[in-house]
Ligand binder design. Sequence first.
Ligand code: MN
Length: 687
Amino acid sequence: MSLRQEPITKEELFDSVLERLGPEAREIIEKAYHLSDRMHGDQKRLSGEPYIIHPLNVAGLLNELRLDTAVIAAGLLHDVVEDTEYTKDDMVRDFGEEIANLVEGVTKISEIKSQSKETEAAENIRKMLVATIQDARVIIIKLADKTHNMRTLKFQPPEKALRIAKETLSVYAPIAGRLGMYSIKVELEDLAFQITHPEEFQHIRKSINLKKSEREEYIEKLKIILKQRLSDIHIDAKIEGRAKHFYSIHKKMTTKDKSFHEIFDLRAIRIITDEIRDCYGVLGIVHTLWPPVPGRFKDYVATPKTNFYQSLHTTVIGPDGKPLEVQIRTRDMNRIAEDGVAAHWAYKEGKGITSNLGAGIGPGISTNLMKDNPFRLKWLEILNSWQDSSMDSREFLEDLKFDLHEDEVFVFTPKGEIVEIAKGATVLDFAFRIHTDVGLHAKGAKVNGRMVPLRTELKSGDQVEIQTEKKSKPSPIWLRIVKTASAKQKLKQYFRRLQEENDGRNMDSIELPPSEKVIQEIQKNIRKRPRKKVGTEEKEANIIVAGIKDILVRRAACCSPIPGDEIIGFVTRGRGVSVHKKNCPTAKVQMENMQTLPVRWDGMAEPIPVQIEVRSKDVQGIYLSMVESISGTKTNIIEAGATSNDNKQLIAKFKIEIEHLDQLKEILDNLKLLPDVVYAERVKIGK
Ligand code: MN
């Protein structure tokens, strides 16, 4: 069901508020309308209409979502403080704290301006999300504001319209989706899509219209069959066809590489019942009428999504022999499916929303109860992780896009609790989701009872057990393993703290700073690091020498240190600083007669070749298992070979590219887990 498209008149709004919320509410809304109208005065929209049309329609949308008086009033007043002389104090005096705070929240979101458009969007979204910690109604008002602005986007100059449309697709629509506000999400996406891809939009629209009558006929036929069978078992249900929205068709065509017909031949209906138990009754009928497609049944009634979406989903082979998607849910579930968080904040009216979701969402919702709403608590948790203002905006936006856009997978803790996590997330993300300390001390993991690397991608239904060890510490390589914003954030915080501690320690260290002469010697050698030379031993690593970056460093060939190894540097004539492992025998000799320099690894480095040797029983398929085990960590194998000896042992050698010692450790650990492997170690290159 989509939102009403016709503009609302002030009389319509007042009448609807009176009917729904009573005479006092109507009075407040009227007062807010008149104040807004007066303050905006002869200000005009780009369409040439009086400005009040905008706040009026924003309020109309909020009323349609059945929100409370304060929200609708704030909708009417949302641009007043920003655009006119009227201050927040005036508003507190005239309308009270609650409405004034809502308006201030909305104003703050649009206030932030920063250099680039992209970071501006990121800043905005962060503010917006943080604002919901105070009151989720702020975001709902902002989305209604956005929806009306998108409806009137055609009055903006084309370039600006395009930018706004893109921002809507990347930021606002996903937020609406995340909040479960599908009616808003769908409308925002289709309005934006029309601007970003005008030709595709027209093509899809035409194609849909062509098939319209055929589709309607089909739905009618289904309705008759279903109604008959349902009345046999005394279930009264509403059956409706589901039109897919344009943008989702476009997305399926581009991401799944399907043709329009493949997508649209897939029929979809929704069946709405009165009672939860009827949902399962209907499901039974559907499955006896038409054969279900295996693996497509999902019970979101028993296991709601994080945003409290509930529904039964199944796909059957319909009467025309084509797949038919069926959604079955109660009226209240449908309301939550369309309005999402707005339904949870809606004003209690009559019976209110009944659902089996537990505390705070039972019949008779009141705003106070919302404080303990599990939905809200869940959001607090996610949003708290987004609050760190030291996070780079662009980075934040990218991580956020990942968190918002991808579908979710459901995995289980060892105790059988369900954890919802973004698709593509790894075992390590899961560890951080359970608890920061679990993440920071994660050592290994079992998925469905089997040991797996921390980088393993999670699939729905996996049962995940994280093994921790107090001594175990995060490796910089983890930054590439985690995919969710919150885990990345926690890791970055950890490394920042570590860096600060180290810097502090270095200052007090007894190690003397390099002499003047040495500094001069180093300065002579300062130059941009050369690009990495593939296939040579002198590949550059990120090493900081005496606190200075960009000094020519050479990893000594005798011990080939890799990031994570303890290292020491020596000044050489004309060849920069030579870096050895601290325990390298050559280094120990040089230490006696050469100037040493403090050196340390700096974050992630270019991959460095390393040789490993693996010995195993010479059984069939073992070599392939080794290769798979190494590749499974996304490690590049540069050279590989194997021989066998007289003891029926297979000796395999791999030259691989390593970014950090911990990556090597993971590879060796994984290899040792293979049943027939008896030995896996790093050896000198070329040996
Ligand atoms: Mn506005």
